[in-house]
Design a protein around this ligand. Structure first.
Ligand code: DOR
Ligand code: ZN
Length: 355
């Protein structure tokens, strides 16, 4: 069995749900799922309850993570409509970036007014980038603001052909923009959404086959693969107003190894998009003596159950997978082996960008 050793992977887009929504996921269950997926660092989004919108709330999350996480965790500070942008900016050194929801999302963090949005672009001092959920026309607004306010922009979960085209054009003109794509937008379309019902609903929604194809055609312009791990319980998904989002931490690497096996990505590309680029974009510290061991030849279909993420379901159940994480070593310590997390709560550290 060919044993593949890779650096600890980094997922720069995860919703850990603590505080406030821990019935969906918490800092322990979410980081266990991360290790099972081969991730040793994950970045947590701010749409928890309350949202991570001030330095105090970020400190509170960091305190919880230091006690509960089993892999390293960094945090975004989030833009809101009722916090002065300067307050969020003071969290800059502790936050990995500023997250702005410009498009519709789960929770109440959407910034819908240009004055507020521009205020955040004016106030942010880094060192991390401004990460935007900006779909369709909103992407053009954010690209323009990044230029006007000389900000580094990271576009999360690109899903449309028109979006990747715009990002390519911006890159070609020297705009400081990077982007990420989720495995679900690479693999699934609106046809799968129809098949999966609420379990295939997320923001951005699954798009057309032509959109999906455009992402594949321009993989070289995509800096990171990020899961947008957005856990909601099966009961919530089956309920009257299903929240958008799907879990992804435990399926991302096998889906990307399938791409490598098919010859559309090299292993070096995979490491660039799942380790080197997210580390560079977010200025994350190196993790010494940290690596994962993968049975790269394992072929199987994703199971319907047995996941470590709290909701315990996956939109990829029944679909082909390639490769299995056998072992994870974090700072010289074996923290995961053969499907079991060996580390106790608190083995993970809180990370912040190195200025
Ligand atoms: O599908 C999504 N779920 N998209 C988002 O932007 C938020 C996320 C969540 O937090 O559930
Ligand atoms: Zn998200």
């Amino acid at each position: 069995m060919p044993l593949l050793r890779l650096p600890g992977l980094i997922d720069p887009h995860v919703h850990l749900r603590e505080p406030g929504l821990t019935h969906k996921e918490d800092l322990f269950s979410g980081t266990c799922a991360a290790l099972a997926g081969g991730f040793t660092t994950i970045l947590d989004m701010p749409n928890s309850r309350p949202p991570t919108s001030t330095p105090e709330r970020l400190e509170e999350k960091a305190r919880l993570a230091a006690a509960k996480a089993v892999c390293d965790v960094g945090f975004f500070v989030g833009a809101t409509n009722d916090t002065p942008p300067e307050v969020a900016a003071t969290a800059g050194p502790q936050a990995c970036g500023l997250k702005i929801y410009v498009s519709e999302t789960f929770g109440s963090l959407r910034i819908a007014e240009l004055g507020t949005l521009a205020g955040y672009f004016a106030a942010w001092r880094g060192p991390g980038p401004i990460a935007v959920h900006a779909e369709d026309m909103m992407l053009a607004t954010c690209l323009a603001l990044a230029e006007l306010y000389d900000q580094r922009l990271h576009v999360v979960h690109v899903s449309l052909a028109s979006e990747i085209a715009l990002i390519r054009r911006a890159k070609a003109r020297g705009v400081r923009v990077t982007c990420e794509v989720t495995p679900h937008h690479l693999y699934l379309t609106e046809a799968d959404a129809a098949r999966l019902g609420a379990f295939g609903q997320m923001r951005p929604a699954l798009a057309t086959e032509a959109d999906r194809q455009a992402l594949w055609d321009h993989l070289d312009s995509i800096d990171c693969i990020a899961t947008d791990h957005a856990p909601h319980t099966a009961a919530e998904k089956e309920g009257e107003n299903p929240p958008p989002g799907v879990p992804g931490l435990e399926t991302s690497l096998p889906l990307m190894l399938l791409v490598v096996a098919g010859g559309r990505l090299t292993l070096d590309d995979l490491v660039a998009k799942m380790h080197t680029n997210p580390r560079r974009i977010y200025g994350l510290p190196e993790q010494p003596d940290t690596y994962i061991e993968v049975d790269a030849d394992a072929r199987y279909d994703f199971p319907a159950q047995g996941w470590l993420t709290r909701p315990g379901w996956s939109p990829f159940a029944g679909m082909p997978a390639r490769g299995r994480v056998l072992r994870v070593v974090l700072r010289g310590r074996e923290v995961f082996r053969d499907g079991r997390v060996l580390a106790g709560p608190g083995a993970g550290r809180v990370v912040a960008p190195t200025p």
